[in-house]
Ligand binder design. Structure first.
Ligand code: HXC
Length: 257
């Protein structure tokens, strides 16, 4: 596949997707959405990929949805084309996804990070939902995922004011998993991704699915889902191997089955 707006590479069991529209600070247009979704679902389908990293440049993870592309559209056009609807397929990827964020993660860029499972931020990262200043609101999940991640009051402040926050504040409010020095961001992302990618895939898929259910359901439903997923893993070779390796005091040799 020829990608125009991203660079894609597999390193070991880790799939890398690098947003690459430097002239627009990686603003997300229809083309980049299509490409990111295609690359992520291809990695998701690859049996030898156990983690995916999404990153941008040091200056910008992504400065939002592409304002110039959206500006002239009518509500009807946006609705009939389900503008940005394909991001749902990115959020539905079963493989754990790590966002490695440096520079601007604004609007749709912040929302793309929020669709990932782990957000590693460089100390130069800046997050925000500036849509209100454009006369719109977040449209890729920001209002919903921020409330769930940060609680109502912090989320409401960000969405209603459009204020940008730095990496330190983002870490304090729970918008990022961890902050690292900018120079270490990609190495740290690689280390986290490798750590995950060497775990057994059936358990990784089950863990991500159960974590997702926690954001979508009542506690009772979530606990039922978790228990069923936990039971199902006892029919995998990797559960037998992981527990045998513990008993035999040796490292496990997982086969992702
Ligand atoms: C299109 C963008 C863009 C965007 C930056 N650019 N952000 N183009 N859409 N979201 C372009 C600029 O037009 C400019 O190109 C080039 O990238 C560099 O940007 P500058 O503004 O010159 O850089 P700087 O002065 O460093 O300022 C950086 C910035 C600013 C603070 C991040 O670019 C900015 O405020 N961008 C918009 C942020 C935003 O509002 N995002 C939310 C978008 S709405 P030219 O060729 O003009 O010089 C959204 C909705 C999501 O995300 C819902 C989807 C359904």
């Amino acid at each position: 596949v020829e990608y125009e707006t991203i660079r894609v590479e597999q390193r070991g069991r880790v799939g890398w997707i690098t947003l690459d529209r430097p002239e627009a600070l990686n603003a997300l247009n229809t083309r980049s959405m299509t490409e990111v979704v295609a690359a992520a679902t291809a990695f998701d389908d690859a049996p030898d990929v156990g983690a995916i990293v999404v990153t941008g440049s040091e200056k910008a993870f992504a400065a939002g949805a592409d304002i110039k592309e959206m500006e002239g559209k009518s509500g009807l056009e946006m609705s009939l084309s389900d503008h940005f609807g394909a991001w749902g397929r990115f959020a539905a990827v079963r493989t754990p996804v790590i966002a490695a964020v440096s520079g601007y993660a604004l609007g749709g860029g912040c929302e793309l990070a929020l669709m990932c499972d782990i957000i590693l931020a460089s100390d130069r990262a800046k997050f925000g939902q500036p849509e209100i200043q454009l006369g719109v609101i977040p449209g890729m999940g920001g209002t919903q995922r921020l409330v769930r991640a940060l609680g109502y009051y912090k989320a409401a402040e960000l969405v209603l004011t459009g204020r940008m926050i730095d990496a330190g504040e983002a870490e304090r409010v729970g918008l990022v998993s961890r902050v690292v020095p900018a120079a270490d961001l990609l190495n740290e992302a690689d280390a986290v991704a490798r750590t995950i990618a060497e775990k057994p895939l059936p358990a990784l898929y089950a863990a991500k699915a159960a974590l997702d259910v926690a954001l979508e359901s009542t506690l009772a439903e979530g606990l039922r889902f978790e228990r069923q997923a936990f039971f199902a893993l006892f029919d995998t070779a990797d559960q037998k191997e992981g527990m045998a390796a513990f008993r035999e005091k040796r490292p496990p040799n997982f086969t992702n089955r």
